[in-house]
Design a protein around this ligand. Structure first.
Ligand code: SAH
Length: 218
């Protein structure tokens, strides 16, 4: 019997191809790979685009925003969990909710902040439908973080500010990690920030291209 699983571009074979590509690109954490194989990425975008969901590209999700390409989601998640993060993670930029869905299957609790309420509402509904319940949502400018649940073991930022937001560093646990793209459009680098007793250490990971981190909410 044919099921939706077995048909066309969203089939198991298509998903396996995405995982093979991620491994070729250097993603090695098996939990990350397995979770991304099993998370239905095609549901996080308009149906018209779903045939391209498992290609390694960013795709539009409305409001001039994009769902991050699979490689970036995998890389950021791997950097976080390989640092040893298992507890509370703050995500800035819920977007369509795909990164949150992957993260929530790897850590205890995700706190996800988004400045565009309609995007966040849609993401919340989908994640509820997928029975992913360990995510709390806040409609706010992520530059403020979410102090109610700080400090966080991990912070993952899905939009690029021109410099590391100090307010977010304040909400990190000592020894905790933040994965964040930093820099102007066309010249961004993914950074791994580790909080120390006296400040923080920064490691450059690789060049990236993210939508800008925008102040205020709408
Ligand atoms: N994690 C998302 C990627 C979304 S793109 C995914 O898996 O698809 C980045 C998101 O960050 C956009 O939805 C954008 O509205 C949001 N964003 C940009 N600046 C922000 C800010 N200051 N606070 C909160 N969200 C912000």
């Amino acid at each position: 019997m044919k099921t939706r699983e077995g048909i066309g571009m969203t089939s198991r074979r298509t998903r396996n191809r995405m995982i093979d590509r991620l491994m070729e690109q250097g993603i090695s954490n098996h939990s990350v790979l397995n979770i991304m194989r099993d998370t239905p990425r095609h549901l996080f975008m308009d149906e018209a685009l779903s045939s391209r969901a498992y290609e390694d590209i960013a795709l539009p999700i409305g409001h001039n925003q994009t769902i991050s390409q699979p490689y970036i989601v995998a890389r950021m998640t791997e950097l976080l969990v390989d640092h040893g993060v298992t507890g509370r993670v703050l995500e800035i930029g819920t977007g369509c909710g795909y990164q949150a869905a992957v993260l929530a299957q790897m850590v205890d609790q995700v706190y996800s902040v988004e400045r565009i309420s309609s995007l966040q509402d849609k993401a919340r509904r989908l994640l509820m439908d997928l029975s992913i319940r360990n995510i709390k949502y806040l409609h706010s400018d992520g530059g403020w973080g979410w102090s109610d649940f700080a400090p966080y073991e991990g912070i993952l930022v899905a939009a690029a500010p021109t410099e590391i937001p100090k307010g977010l560093v304040q909400q990190m646990k000592e020894g905790g990690v933040m994965i964040i793209p930093v820099g102007p459009q066309g010249d961004q680098v993914l950074q791994k920030v580790v909080k120390t007793a006296t400040g923080y250490d920064v490691e450059d990971i690789e060049p990236v291209s993210f939508v800008p981190f925008v102040q205020g909410k709408q």
